[in-house]
Design a protein around this ligand. Sequence first.
Ligand code: PLP
Length: 358
Amino acid sequence: MIYLDYQATTPLAPEAREAMLRWLGGPDSDTFGNPHSSHRMGRMAAAAVEVAREQVAALFPPGGRVIFTGCATEAINLAILGSGSGGTVAVSAIEHAAVLDTAKAAATVHPLAVSHDGICDPAQALPGDTRLVAVMQVNNEIGTVQPCAQWYRKARQAGALYLCDAVQAYGKMPVAEADMIAISAHKFHGPKGVGAIWLRDGVMLGEVQTGGGQEHGLRSGTLSPALIAGFGAAARVAAERREEDAAHVEALWKRARDLFAGWTLNGSENQRWHGNLNIRLDGLDVNRLMSDCRNVMFSAGSACASGSGRPSHVLKAIGLSDRQAKSSIRLGFGRYTSLADIEEAAARIKAAAKEQGL
Ligand code: PLP
């Protein structure tokens, strides 16, 4: 099987796996303590959590704190719901459903337009009562990188908070400056089931999940030392390998672009994370293609939207027709993808497209 769906999730790094094993804690071990218990085993688990917190924090700008959550969706819910209710929340039209749907539940939503290239232009106006602006760093469907520094400045000038969903950026490039930043371990070779919200010093949130008051009262519930240790190790490895990983992705991108030269790229070529190749071929039946290429794992849009039958809201927002959106595929690759994987996958996909007379 060839795995080309790195935006949906990534393989666990061996270093992250190793770090997790110790904290899985069988009956003969001393590593299954509750990190919120005050006895010795509890304090050992809490210390492991704090080591990981430092490792995760090291990839953020200085002057903030990391609050662990169960995933990025939960982190985004905490940021949007915990920062107030009512008013207007301005969100780019290409945000993940975790932002779009939570904003809708919390406030009046002002959609921010996105260009044909997949970029959300900070020159556009914000409504006067905007209390929160959410523009993601790297889009999960088309990989476009947003002008976050300008959005942060603009939100500040408007007296609003700026939330950046950096799920697809963290571990791959420096994260954007923002008031609140959401991330998820499984998108950069950490385990599934753990995420975080980074809060700039001075940003105060209300409780969304009530209970034992863990994580400074912001996220009640027992933390998982094993998942968090894996998260920390993945962050450490991402920091150590950032240049090597980026160079590898660049080489994969060049090869993939050559191999799919006859296909049309969705979204900007250059203002983009090059581990995301979202392309279309007029007339392509993507469902048939996917069933003909069962051993190649790729996506027909975002993992969340695929299967729903609805054309992707991101591809629609950048001006594609329903037909164009439905003839698009997303190939995602990274650290553990080889050039041979890209070549083999391209050969199979192109052969299956040819069977469709394309
Ligand atoms: N934001 C973006 C950009 C994503 O790609 C995803 C996952 O697909 C999420 C948020 C949600 O992340 P999680 O799976 O940790 O809830």
